[in-house]
Ligand binder design. Structure first.
Ligand code: PLP
Length: 394
C-alpha cells in the first residue's frame, strides 16, 4: 500500500477545518431553510446564520457585514468586480489598469473586456515580482476607472504594495479592486488601511469549503456602483442573484473567524517552517533560485527554480510530496507559468520550479522530509539531464 504524499499545495486549496465542517453540518439537514424565505422559521434560521457569517467574513478584512456580497468564489468575485465596474462606469471612462502576474480570473476577464472595447494596461513587474508605483502612476489616463492589483500572488506569494496602490487610486479618484484570495486569513488585510473599494475572497483557500466566496463592495466614500452579472431574484442587494449556499456561507464565516484568531501565531510558525525548508534546500543543493521577493511574501510560500533539470521530468518524479510546478502551474492548462516568465525566468528555469505552499497541518517533520526528498530527486535528475552541461557553464 502506498501512503498519500505530503500535502504542500495549500495555495491550490486547503482542507476544510473540522471545526468549520461541524458548523456547516446542521445547515444541510435540520436547518435546511432558504435564506430568502421570509414567512417561516426555516427561512429565518438560515437568514440569521448567513448574516452572522457575513459579519465574520467582513471582520476578517475590517469591513461591515453590509459591505459583503456572497459569490461562488474568487473567480466570480473578480468577474463581478471588474465587469461590474466597467459596465457601471462606462459613461465616465473605459480604461482599466492591472498587472501581468494577476490570477487568470482577472487576466481572462480583462482580455474578454478588451474584445468588447475596454482599454486595459497590463503593468509589468520587477524581478522581485512587485510592480513599480511610478509605472502605475504613469499608466493612469483621463479615462481610467479601475485599478485591479492582487494583494498576494498565488504562485510566488509576493505581496504587492496595496496600501500605496490604494493611496494612488484614492488621490486620482480611481476605484481600487484587490484580489485577496491568497492574502486574506494569512496576512492582515484591512479595507480602511488599504483604501480598497472592492476585495475578492474565497473560502477554500482559508480552510473553508469550495464553491463559496465573497466580494467586498465599498458603500460610502465613495459608494461603488456595480452592475450585476447574474440576474435573478435580486439576492445580495441585487448584485448576485441565486439561492444562497447557506452551509457553505456558514463554513466560510467560521473559517474566517478561525483565521482571524490564528493569524499572528500561525504566520510566525509557517514563516519559520518555510525558512527552514529553504535553508535545507540551499544546504543540499547548489544552483537554486528563489522566485520573487522573500521579504515581501506570504509567510507560507516558497517558490524555487532548480538549474540543470527539465521541468517535466521533475514533475513526473515528484510522487511523495504534493506540490505545484511551474511546468503546469494551473492544473487546467499546460502553459508554462506566466508569473515566472514575468519575473524574468527563462522557459527552462520556469518549468523546473516548485511551489511549496505550507498550511495549518504542516509539521516540521514534513518540511524536513520534503526538503530531503526534493534535493535527492533534483540531484538524480541532474545526473541524467541533458541540460546539465548548459547549467554548469552558466
Ligand atoms: C484561487 C484563486 C482565485 C480563484 O478562486 P476560486 O474561489 O477558486 O474561484 C483567484 N485569485 C487568486 C489569487 C487565487 O489564488
Amino acid at each position: 500500500m502506498t501512503s498519500d504524499p505530503i500535502y504542500l499545495d495549500y495555495h491550490a486549496t486547503t482542507p476544510v477545518d473540522p471545526r468549520v465542517l461541524d458548523a456547516m453540518l446542521p445547515y444541510f439537514t435540520e436547518r435546511f431553510g432558504n435564506a430568502a424565505s421570509r414567512s417561516h422559521p426555516f427561512g429565518w434560521a438560515a437568514k440569521e446564520a448567513v448574516e452572522e457569517a457575513r459579519a465574520q467574513v467582513a471582520a476578517l478584512i475590517g469591513a461591515a457585514g453590509r459591505d459583503i456580497v456572497f459569490t461562488s468564489g474568487a473567480t466570480e468575485s473578480n468577474n463581478l468586480a471588474i465587469k461590474g465596474v466597467v459596465d457601471a462606469y462606462r459613461p465616465k471612462g473605459d480604461h482599466v489598469i492591472t498587472c501581468v502576474t494577476e490570477h487568470h480570473s482577472v487576466l481572462d476577464t480583462c482580455r474578454h473586456l478588451e474584445q468588447r472595447g475596454t482599454r486595459v494596461t497590463y503593468l509589468p513587474v520587477q524581478a522581485d515580482g512587485r510592480l513599480r508605483l511610478d509605472e502605475l502612476e504613469a499608466a493612469i489616463i483621463p479615462g481610467t476607472i479601475l485599478i485591479s492589483i492582487m494583494a498576494a500572488n498565488n504562485e510566488i506569494g509576493v505581496l504587492q504594495p496595496v496600501e500605496a496602490i490604494g493611496a494612488v487610486a484614492k488621490e486620482r479618484g480611481i476605484l481600487f479592486h484587490t484580489d485577496a484570495a491568497q492574502a486574506a486569513g494569512k496576512i492582515d488585510i484591512d479595507v480602511t488601511a488599504v483604501q480598497a473599494d472592492l476585495v475578492s475572497l474565497t473560502a477554500h483557500k482559508l480552510y473553508g469549503p469550495k464553491g463559496v466566496g465573497a466580494l467586498y463592495v465599498r458603500r460610502r466614500a465613495p459608494q461603488v456602483a456595480l452592475t450585476e452579472q447574474v440576474n435573478g431574484g435580486g439576492h445580495e442587494r441585487g448584485l448576485r442573484s441565486g439561492t444562497l449556499n447557506v452551509p457553505g456561507i456558514v463554513g466560510f464565516g467560521r473559517a474566517a473567524a478561525l483565521c482571524r484568531d490564528d493569524m499572528p501565531a500561525e504566520g510566525a510558525r509557517l514563516a519559520a517552517l518555510r525558512d527552514r525548508l529553504l535553508a535545507a534546500l540551499r544546504h543540499e543543493l547548489d544552483d537554486i533560485q528563489v522566485n520573487g521577493s522573500l521579504e515581501h511574501r506570504l509567510p507560507q510560500n516558497l517558490n524555487v527554480s532548480f538549474g540543470g533539470i527539465e521541468g517535466e521530468s521533475l514533475l513526473m518524479a515528484l510522487n511523495e510530496v504534493a506540490v505545484s510546478s511551474g511546468a503546469a502551474c494551473t492544473s487546467a492548462s499546460r502553459e508554462p507559468s506566466h508569473v515566472l516568465k514575468a519575473i524574468g525566468r527563462d522557459a527552462d528555469l520556469g518549468a523546473a520550479s516548485i511551489r511549496f505552499g505550507l498550511g495549518r497541518w504542516t509539521t516540521a517533520d514534513e518540511v524536513e522530509f520534503a526538503a530531503g526528498y526534493v534535493a535527492r530527486l533534483v540531484r538524480q535528475l541532474r545526473e541524467i539531464s541533458p541540460l546539465r552541461e548548459a547549467s554548469s557553464s552558466r
